[in-house]
Design a protein around this ligand. Structure first.
Ligand code: ZN
Length: 152
């Protein structure tokens, strides 16, 4: 006869890794904190980490970040055309008519290359003598300051 209905050693129960006969009564699940049961110990902090050195200066208010004083001087070149322009020189502040100095630009070389390839190659020098195919640099005739460039 089964006086104890519940099985002492139930097959489904997972027994702790010690002999079941150490339990005071069969069928009674021993407490998990039983003596001898290995349980993990918390790490022992023998020496706490010292506070960082800058912690002592935590009360020191950092100096306010000064705004970077960068003077971005936007030089606005006056709009100039392919012809001498009458304007006030930004350098000597005199009303002058600009002096033009043409220089060959990339467009000049492209025009020369197109002439050489498709039209007639002996005419490749034409863009180099046509001012409209060059950049027109405007200079002040009074002080010689560079005023602007017209992209031809
Ligand atoms: Zn000038």
């Amino acid at each position: 006869m089964n006086s104890g209905g519940k099985g002492a050693e139930a097959e489904g129960l997972t027994q702790p890794p010690y002999p079941p006969q150490s339990a005071p009564y069969p069928g009674q699940v021993p407490p998990p904190m039983a003596s001898g049961y290995p349980h993990p110990q918390p790490p022992n902090y023998a020496h706490p980490a010292p506070p960082p050195p800058y912690d002592a200066n935590s009360n020191v208010i950092p100096p306010p970040q000064a705004a970077p004083t960068t003077y971005v001087q936007v030089v606005t070149r006056p709009q100039v055309g392919p012809d001498p322009a009458s304007m006030v020189c930004p350098s000597c502040t005199k009303h002058v008519v600009t002096r033009l100095d043409y220089e060959t630009s990339t467009k000049t070389h492209i025009a020369a290359g197109l002439l050489c390839l498709f039209i007639c190659w002996p005419c490749f020098w034409i863009p180099y003598v046509i001012d409209s195919c060059k950049n027109a640099n405007h200079y002040c005739p009074n002080c010689g300051a560079y005023i602007g460039t017209y992209r031809g």
